[in-house]
Design a protein around this ligand. Structure first.
Ligand code: PBG
Length: 324
């Protein structure tokens, strides 16, 4: 058989495959979400996220040092707020001595080179478990944006390098940028969850922080997963309003969106390999149905290939171990 072109020539050995491979994971690609709890010397495994923990702040600081020594450069902080501190307006989110603010300071003091990013949304602080202020059955936009802007300034004051609004209210990026500028925080970045979909895959995360919505769902602010154009609209607006980094979330069922966003904007694009995506791999591996290490590498490489410059993932430590 005569063939002018044989594609298998480029796949014939590991050496040849390495020469031409297009996508490589490095420790610089990852953002590590950390769940922080009150208390001391506490490590609580999250039932729906086997192998992942909610830690007290002292343990978190040790963890941050370890992550840095592995070459990881950035953490994304989430805190579990005590029930008695939750209200409708997220007052605790603005407490200068709140768990989030103390965590930012402690990590920056212990590991100054670690880039500390913080979640901006009301859900962990909300008695309703919603990302915004509730009025009747509505999640009100503008009043929420005011609180989110104040929350961002509070995190910047505590030392956050980037604030990461995950709430999907309209106009919050512009309001946050304005508030940061007004308060002299000209070096604080904004990583916007620009295209965040209303997804069932957030379930395990809501277990981790006890932040599931008390009524209804998040469909009036998070996006409809049947939509594509809306993702581009949201992202372009966030860039215009001042986002430094944009994000697509979730990642795996949204690889097409990651690619379209990557082609549409000229800022770094991140993707969040979320809790449910972690749980699926863990569960299948536990059953012996998937090779966990291979599934992790294939998943993260696919997210990067789709166009993510950065990946927030609970698998970051595993990935570093596997790529070294
Ligand atoms: C809350 C927030 C959520 C996640 C990050 N920030 C959950 C939600 O929107 O209900 C999900 C992360 C994950 O599932 O890993 N604003």
């Amino acid at each position: 058989m005569y063939l002018q072109r044989r594609n298998r020539i480029l796949r014939q050995s590991q050496a040849v495959r390495s020469l031409i491979s297009e996508t490589h994971l490095t420790p610089n690609d990852f953002i590590i979400p950390l769940f922080i709890d009150e208390g001391e010397n506490l490590r609580t495994e999250i039932p729906s996220m086997p192998g992942y923990y909610r830690n007290s702040l002292d343990v978190t600081v040790k963890e941050a040092k370890e992550l840095r020594s592995m070459g990881l450069k950035s953490v994304l902080l989430f805190i579990k707020c005590k029930d008695e501190l939750k209200d409708n307006k997220g007052a605790e989110a603005l407490n200068p001595n709140g768990l989030m603010q103390r965590s930012i300071k402690a990590i920056k003091d212990a590991v100054p080179e670690m880039i500390v990013m913080t979640d901006i949304a009301l859900d962990p602080f909300s008695s309703y478990g919603h990302d915004g202020i509730v009025d009747g059955d509505q999640i009100v936009n503008d009043a929420t944006v005011d609180v989110l802007a104040q929350m961002s300034v509070s995190h910047a004051q505590a030392g956050a390098d980037f604030v990461a609004p995950s709430d999907m209210m309209d106009g919050r990026i512009g309001a946050i940028r304005k508030a940061l500028e007004a308060n002299g925080f000209t070096k604080t970045g904004i990583m916007s969850y620009s295209a965040k979909y209303a997804s069932c895959f957030y379930g395990p995360f809501r277990d981790a922080l006890d932040s599931a919505p008390g009524f209804g769902d998040k469909k009036t602010y998070q996006m409809d997963y049947s939509n594509r154009i809306e993702a581009i609209k949201e992202t372009i607006m966030d860039v215009e309003e001042g986002a430094d980094i944009v994000m697509v979330k979730p990642a795996l069922a949204y690889l097409d969106i990651i690619r379209e966003v990557k082609n549409a904007v000229h800022v770094p694009v991140s993707a969040y390999n979320i809790s449910g995506e972690y749980a699926m791999i863990k569960a299948a591996a536990k059953m012996g149905w998937l090779d966990e290490d291979k599934a992790i590498l294939e998943t993260l490489t696919a997210i990067k290939r789709a166009g993510a410059d950065l990946i927030a993932t609970y698998f970051a430590k595993d990935a570093v171990r596997l790529i070294e």
